[in-house]
Design a protein. Structure first.
Length: 201
């Protein structure tokens, strides 16, 4: 289990150069997380790969957990912009289903990195790692936007909240070798059928 460093927020980049440095750190973490298991990813190596001082790295990301949760959020935001257009005539439930299937395929394409991000997010207390809350909000927002639901009901929100937790579990099962990709995609579809049966249109 990754250790969570200091209970503080990371600094937010404000200048253009700081934002570039921030992205370089995330890209370096993605490269190293794709090559090694989370326990073997060292913050000193991330800093070296990103060409930043170790103090700079810790200023933005107080711990490895902060770093990989932020990376998960970053990849969710980037991935949302690259999803295929929703097909005409697709229902809200179908739109969410196809979005999750597509996200599943993209997410597990780099299994070590996917495991690192999921493990970090699942062990991150929201009071210590605020990005973990933002990951959940962003994930829900992506699904509602894809479904075309500008004003989801409480029932809609509950269904998507449960679906997001179930989806994470299905990914972990696949990444741990407990299911094939085909079985995982089929379970994603079944989960959507069950939990989104009464989704608003």
């Amino acid at each position: 289990m990754p250790r969570i460093g200091k209970a503080r927020d990371g600094a937010e980049p404000t200048s253009v150069e700081q934002r570039r440095r921030h992205v370089r750190i995330l890209e370096a973490a993605a490269r190293l997380g794709s090559e090694h298991e989370l326990a073997r990813v060292q913050m000193t190596e991330v800093a070296k790969n990103a060409e930043v001082a170790i103090g700079t790295l810790y200023r933005y990301f107080p711990s490895k957990t902060h770093l990989f949760v932020a990376l998960l959020l970053h990849r969710l935001e980037l991935g949302a912009d690259r999803l295929p257009e929703r097909k005409p005539g697709t229902s809200a439930r179908e739109a969410i289903t196809e979005t999750l299937v597509e996200m599943t395929r993209r997410f597990v394409d780099r299994p070590r990195l996917a495991s690192a991000m999921l493990l970090s997010n699942s062990t991150a207390p929201a009071s210590v790692v605020p990005d973990s809350t933002e990951v959940r909000r962003t994930f829900h927002r992506i699904l509602f936007e894809r479904a075309g639901l500008d004003e989801p009901t409480e029932e809609d929100r509950n269904a998507v909240r449960l679906l997001s937790m179930l989806w994470s579990g299905l990914l972990v099962t696949y990444l741990n070798g407990g299911a094939t990709l085909e079985e995982t995609e089929a379970d994603v579809r079944r989960s959507c059928d069950l939990l989104l049966a009464h989704l608003s249109e």
